[in-house]
Ligand binder design. Structure first.
Ligand code: SF4
Length: 287
């Protein structure tokens, strides 16, 4: 008998999460564990054009978009970041996924003003990977830990409710991570709940995966109700942005709703079981 392999398929139900990759290669950090392959130079100029974003917002006007996520590499390096933010806020709530280095008190005050001009809200996902400064900075670079804590403090001062985006690189017990991060937040005067901690498994791009892996279960993955716009086209999710395996089309006029889960990234999602990039809205409404 011939055994034919058919991978798990995810059919997108509704487009609720629109990810926009503002830059694929521009970041002021070089974190050891990042899933993106960076060029050696930190001065690559590969920013998405504002017209491409306008077209995407127009093409998705009949979709039920709950959140627009500004992602990268580092989205806040985009020279037109503020204009893009205002544009997106006209359409939906916006989540800024950032390494937090561009957020200080002055910036937080400015962002609150931008939010106040809109009927939608801004949410932040700030990268920090360990409650121990040395362990965190070993991954993210010297000073990263303090910069993120400073960003949390500044945002909380202006009544934002930032999410700590934690990659569990050291494979620790998640309850321990949550409780230790809670203590740190308390120390800096930020009252956190479960909503404020988004813990993900580490995707090790250097670890070879056997070609015949199988995904037997699916979870609440990002591809279920999201797509990402990049300068090159539409892709299934941030993990597979600009990767031919995740290409879904050229624009939102006509894009694919179907994804076969057969990549090494999908394997990490299946081990994680939840969204790796989108916000858990159930927790948002409880917070
Ligand atoms: S990497 Fe994750 S979100 Fe992306 S297509 Fe695979 S399962 Fe879906």
């Amino acid at each position: 008998m011939i055994n034919t392999f058919s991978p798990q398929v995810v059919e997108m139900a509704e487009l609720n999460n629109l990810f926009i990759e503002l830059t694929s290669k521009n970041c002021n950090q070089r974190c050891k564990h990042c899933y993106i392959d960076f060029p050696i130079s930190k001065n690559v100029k590969d920013f998405i054009s504002i017209d491409r974003i306008k077209d995407a917002l127009n093409d998705t006007k009949n979709e039920n978009i709950e959140f627009i996520y500004l992602t990268g590499a580092e989205p806040m390096t985009h020279p037109e970041f503020n204009n893009i933010l205002r544009l997106c806020l006209k359409k939906a709530n916006v989540c800024i996924c950032t390494n937090a280095t561009f957020i200080n008190e002055k910036k937080a005050r400015f962002l609150k003003k931008v939010e106040d001009e809109s009927t939608n809200e801004i949410v932040f996902k700030l990268s920090i990977d360990h409650y121990n400064e040395i362990k965190n900075d070993d991954l993210r670079g010297r000073g990263a830990y303090r910069q993120t804590l400073n960003a949390i403090k500044s945002l909380a001062k202006y009544n934002f409710n930032p999410i700590l985006n934690i990659v569990n690189y050291y494979n620790e017990d998640e309850d321990v991570l949550r409780s230790e991060f809670n203590k740190i937040c308390e120390k800096i005067g930020f009252e956190a709940t479960d909503f404020n901690f988004h813990i993900n498994k580490y995707h090790n791009k250097y670890k070879p995966v056997s070609d015949d892996f199988r995904i037997n279960e699916t979870g609440d993955f990002d591809c279920k109700n999201g797509r990402i716009l990049t300068e090159k086209g539409i892709y299934v999710c941030p993990f597979l942005a600009n990767d031919h395996r995740g290409r879904m089309g050229n624009d939102f006029k006509d894009f694919s709703k179907k994804m076969y889960l057969e990549t090494d990234f999908c394997l990490t999602c299946s081990q994680n079981r939840n969204k790796m990039f989108g916000i858990n809205l159930t927790l948002l409404h409880k917070a």
